[in-house]
Design a protein around this ligand. Sequence first.
Ligand SMILES: [Zn+2]
Length: 572
Amino acid sequence: MSQFIDAKMQRGALDHNGTVSVLRIGSLHTSTLGLVILNLLLACVMSVGCAPASAGGAIAAPSVQAPPALVVLVSVDQFLPRFLDRWRADFTGGLAALLKDGAVFTQAYHDHAITETAPGHASLLSGRFPYSTGIAANLAGVNTSDAPLLGAADQGASPFRFQGTTLADWMTAAHPDTRVLSVSRKDRGAILPVGRGQHSVFWYAMSNGSFTTSRYYADTLPTWVSAFNAEGNVMKKYAGTFWQLSRPDSLYTEPDSVAGESFGQGFLFPHFLPPDDLSATNIIIGYPFMDKLSLDFALRGVNAMQLGQRGSTDLLSVSLSATDAIGHRWGPESREMHDNVLRLDAALGVFLDSLSTLVGRERIALVFTSDHGVAPSPDFRSVVSDNSSGKRVVLDNFDAAIRSSAVTAARRKFPLETLNFDGPTLTVDRAAVKGRDGDVRAIAQAFAREASKVAGVMRVDVLEDLARADTVRDHIARRWLHMFRPGGDVIAVVTLTPYSIFGTGNVATHGSPHDYDAHAPLIFWGAAFKTMQSDAFVRVVDIGPTFAELLAVPVTEPVDGVVLQQALRQVP
Ligand SMILES: [Zn+2]
């Protein structure tokens, strides 16, 4: 039995397998009794005798007793919780509504180490960490030539690597008439939240500026998707226009003339979107316009598919990607990010109003979150945190470490191709080195010793040693164990010093187990949720189980997340 103690065990969850504890909640919801309790709960929510809605009364008391008609996930790629605090006074749209009426968790985390888009999105509705979803990095995400896109030349994509189930599967298993729509600019942002199911899953193809899907899901596009694309929105609405500040200049306290932003090219407002077809359909992904386009597309789908309007509960997932592109190019503290967040607030306001009109505000159960955070650029001094020790670490340094005499001696008996260092992980082809665990361990240890000497490296862990770490106090160890199982192909993992990043390709980036990359906004919104704020440590994997509890659908496999009961309205 490992000494592995996970944070959730402190909260009374079960130790499932000796390495990562798991809370089984599915069986709690299989009974008719569960439905009765839910109905009672909802009857309470709907009645005048219950706890009042927000002080402002913004969520009207519903007149019918019914479960949510539409569950909505809004995930904003690279959105930082501190954006909510920093610009709250200026919000007037969707973010203002969420903060005013929602159940706000200020200390929610992606409790895994490789804080990238693919692993983050795979955890949003699955209730499980990457070790369990099988999605550990963007580069091992969704792309495959086996699932070409319909009518577009971009890379093919499918959930072929995704393991297990998500809320979409739990809902459709309990109620086969459930409809699921998932939309994103990114293929991984659309595909991974809803797992392996062949649902209505659409994303943006840069090659022609259309929304499409892959042959994993369909052989033809639905009429409403073709009709949306035929409108030529990118070219007609956005190409040839400028991204200008949406509010008076005096509102923006950030300097615009930070030459390091955008690598010194185009760091000043306004930003032009060329009229030319090909460059406009590419460049738009880095402007706030892309999120507006994605939300418009999602609403069109809600309307066409009659989501939430058919007497059952449907699921809508929307992943917005412009914030990630803007953060990578201009940095999270830029004037560009400030204006992007204000525009996002406005776009989400229109989106929530439109959804409320289509579905009924009291029938929506929504969560707002992100897939990961970001570090301020190591190239300029942060005004938020002391990032002065941040370095850019290039992979060549690790190649040197892996070629050092100590490592070479350890790996002499191995064919070179059995080992690979990529980003933060050293992997071995386990099948090729079967029965030689001692040698594998020696190589991992030698690599860890050498790589630890590289400037910008905080620690290098041999994966099998992490199983003995104190994972309550050592959150770095815990986050790595939530990525990979000891005994698998990954044998050693590298954690850089705070604010250091791999590579030179972005002005700012993410991907580490540090809190600034793992911290995510988490706000539940709708009549089923309390208006409250909690500063307790919670995790993004809690979203799936919480929605399952709300909907009284069985969770069909062990999950890592727990039900955030404190967010749910209770029977008094
Ligand atoms: Zn990113």
